[in-house]
Write a protein that binds this ligand. Structure first.
Ligand SMILES: [Zn+2]
Length: 117
């Protein structure tokens, strides 16, 4: 499952960052996910629930920011937004288009709780 390996590497990165910051636990994980990556939010939640226990991210809230796909037409230069399945140019019908946004997949930020000492 795509989301499982993805969440695994997200958690590894988050874990390292949180430990470096001396955090007691991670409360929020924010990810930016382009629609063209075909990552399913529910599957990501499920993966976090399955992989979270035993890590600092156990019980963390997952916030996904969706990025709409955007492309530029190679023929007429028109820039446009589209969904996952339609990327032909609305101005000239060309299928020769270049994806500008929508394949993002990265950790935007995390929120942590510090030890009360
Ligand atoms: Zn065009």
């Amino acid at each position: 499952m795509h989301e499982f390996s993805l969440m695994q590497s997200v958690l590894e990165t988050v874990e390292g960052t949180a430990r470096d910051a001396g955090a007691a636990r991670v409360t929020v994980i924010r990810l930016v996910v382009g629609q063209m990556t075909e990552v399913v939010a529910d599957a990501m939640e499920f993966a976090l629930e399955a992989l979270g226990p035993g890590t600092l991210s156990e019980g963390a809230e997952l916030v996904l920011t969706n990025v709409e796909p955007r492309s530029r037409c190679c023929v007429c230069g028109h820039e446009f937004k589209h969904d996952r399945y339609h990327w032909s140019c609305p101005a000239c019908d060309s299928l020769a288009t270049e994806l500008l946004a929508g394949k993002e997949l990265y950790i935007d930020s995390i929120e942590v709780e510090e030890y009360n000492t």
